[in-house]
Design a protein around this ligand. Structure first.
Ligand code: CA
Ligand code: CA
Length: 267
């Protein structure tokens, strides 16, 4: 009987390399915030693809700065569409609490919802004229009293429970949203940093590590926002509102909802 003439050494090498391939592949694909691909990569994001750091930030700034602006009064009706409860079209879902509340309860009284500026208005003093103060990419429906507790605080972990917003915490100088809203908040803040670079009528908004920014043009806390972006990836709710803002209201997108890995690529 003849025996197969495969040299023993080569058979071993082939077997070992096959094992190595199966061992190394999962490690390569398991990196956090793995690169995503979107339908917009070859069109809207064409000039940003493949870039990192300040080059990526600069490209994205140019792309997303082409937009329409709405009035602060028009924000009410826009939020009734962008923040609609997926399970009840008569309601909006409120940031920080997750409460579902009637669209008709918009206003300033206890029990109403109002227009939360996730990037606090005072951080750069942009007010509510058409611009950063009316930019739907960081405006969300929120409970009047919860919004008041958040105030203009920077974002960070820690504090005591927020009344009316289970899972959210606050202390004297910072606010921590509930887990389901952490990534949303991070991506909204970082959108604002890329959109507003000081080359128009508005301040150059930037994230930093402080929790006492008050009325300066910075927002904290960057290292925590980066963690929140990883911890709470974009949801169907966020993706839907990004699409509605793009197609119906502003004509621009939040790049960090489409490509959450771009947070680490820039910061
Ligand atoms: Ca979320
Ligand atoms: Ca900026």
């Amino acid at each position: 009987m003849s025996v197969a003439r495969i040299p023993r050494g080569k058979a071993w090498a082939a077997a070992i390399s096959a094992v190595l391939v199966t061992l190394t592949l999962p490690t390569v694909t398991a990196t956090p915030a793995a690169a995503t691909t979107t339908a917009y990569d070859s069109t809207y994001y064409k000039n940003a693809i493949g870039k990192t750091g300040t080059s990526l930030k600069s490209s994205l700034h140019t792309i997303i700065s082409s937009q329409s602006k709405i009035s602060y009064d028009a924000v009410w009706n826009a939020l009734k569409t962008t923040d609609q409860d997926p399970n009840n079209t008569a309601n909006v879902v409120l940031l920080y609490s997750g409460t579902s509340r009637s669209k008709n309860l918009n206003g300033g009284a206890v029990g109403d919802w109002n227009r939360e500026h996730t990037w606090a208005q005072s951080h750069g003093n942009f007010g509510t004229s058409a611009g950063p103060g009316t930019d739907l990419h960081h405006l969300r429906a929120a409970d009047v009293q919860v919004n008041s507790i958040r105030g203009n605080k920077d974002f960070d972990n820690g504090g005591s429970a927020v009344s009316g917003a289970p899972g959210s915490y606050t202390d004297s100088d910072s606010f921590e949203p509930r887990d389901a809203d952490k990534g949303d908040v991070a991506r909204m803040i970082l959108y604002m940093a890329v959109r507003y670079e000081g080359d128009d009528a508005w301040a150059d908004l930037e994230p930093n590590e402080s929790t006492t920014n008050g009325s300066v043009r910075f927002h904290g806390r960057l290292s925590v926002l980066k963690q929140w972006n990883e911890q709470d990836p974009p949801s169907a709710f966020e993706e839907r509102r990004n699409d509605i803002i793009f197609t119906t209201y502003q004509g621009n997108r939040n790049p960090f909802i489409d490509h959450p890995e771009w947070v680490e690529a820039i910061w």
